[in-house]
Write a protein that binds this ligand. Structure first.
Ligand code: GLA
Length: 327
């Protein structure tokens, strides 16, 4: 049994992180700094949070989170600049009414990215510049107002603006289902295409919203190898291991023993793989901290309790925790 904790054990592998809320930082600050070397704001740096109306930025809460990181020797990931969700309508509207033109939307994007990335230059070490751009089904780029109004080059522009604002920041393309072959091929193609044209994209984020049944280790391995062949760094940006496969609804109030065992086994296999590929993986971030709070309590089924993390509802280490620090 290792005497070192999660943060210490993983220091020599990759940056171990968690997505947090401002409330959690206020209430569990010492827990966070003990176990994690990096934080991501769960919602507080999304477009709608930082610039809810045109030109009116609100950095109060985001600043508080960045200060926490700086004061506690923790790194901060930036999440996220361009996404089809949690982006206010005004962004896509013209000041004269109606839809924004391509030039207007590009200008809204540029000013937002430069303001935000510029403000946290030297404080936020990496950014999820573009989130969930690839289509899940037959299309290549997901249908969105960004695509409709600007065209495919909105992605390239986003990376270029971010790079102009902070030359040192590591810029990521981030997506879910990134281990599904149909999607991973398209993510590969997108990032390769950007790199071929010298667009400053430096990393691929695999969100990692997985469950106790899948994806298989072979599938994860194949995705890591595929993306790593592009020469970019990889991060697991939103890891959680749901107890459910899709939409089953068991109405449980506590996890079953079988679920906990399977989860611990999965966590062990997954982290063994991450360790094996540490040369390519620079960070692993959980999408939350402890089982008392997770977005999965309401997704994809409302009010279905879930327990996706390595700490239980009382912030105590689960079997999963013990497994991953004793590989
Ligand atoms: C996606 C986004 C995250 C978050 C989760 C759900 O993965 O990238 O910002 O909204 O969905 O919590």
């Amino acid at each position: 049994m290792s005497n070192k904790n999660l943060r210490d054990v993983y220091e020599s592998y990759f940056i171990m992180g968690a997505a947090v809320t401002p409330k959690l930082l206020r209430e569990q600050g010492s827990f966070i700094r003990t176990y994690f070397a990096s934080i991501t704001a769960e919602n507080e740096m999304k477009f709608e949070a930082l610039q809810p109306s045109r030109g009116k930025y609100d950095f109060k809460v985001a600043d508080e989170m960045v200060d926490f990181a700086m004061n506690n020797n923790i790194k901060m990931r930036g999440h996220t600049l361009v996404w089809h969700q949690q982006t206010p309508n005004w962004v896509f509207e013209s000041t004269n009414g109606g839809n924004a033109t391509r030039e207007e939307l590009l200008s809204n994007m540029e000013s937002h990215i430069k303001e935000v990335v510029g403000r946290y230059k030297g404080k936020i070490y990496c950014w999820d510049v573009a989130n969930e751009i690839i289509d899940d089904k037959d299309d290549y780029i997901r249908k969105s107002k960004w695509l409709d109004i600007i065209g495919e080059d909105y992605i390239e522009k986003a990376f270029r603006y971010a790079h102009e604002a902070d030359k040192e920041a590591i810029l990521f393309y981030n997506d879910y289902n990134a281990t599904e072959p149909t999607k991973s091929d398209k993510i590969f193609r997108l990032v390769k295409n950007l790199l071929d044209r010298e667009v400053p994209v430096h990393g691929i984020g695999l969100q990692g919203h997985w469950n106790i049944y899948g994806p298989s280790i072979d599938q994860i391995k194949a995705a890591i190898e595929l993306y790593a062949s592009l020469g970019v760094t990889l991060q697991l940006t939103e890891l959680d291991i749901s107890m459910y496969n899709n939409e089953d609804n068991l109405g449980l109030l506590v996890p079953t023993e079988e679920m906990l065992e399977l989860q611990a086994k999965r966590y062990k296999e997954i982290f063994s793989l991450f360790r094996e590929y540490k040369e390519y993986i620079s960070g692993v971030t959980f999408w939350g901290v402890a089982d008392n709070y997770t977005w999965l309590d309401n997704f994809p089924v409302k009010n279905r309790k879930n327990w996706p993390f390595i700490f239980d509802i009382n912030y105590q280490p689960k079997e999963s925790y013990k497994k991953i620090i004793n590989i």
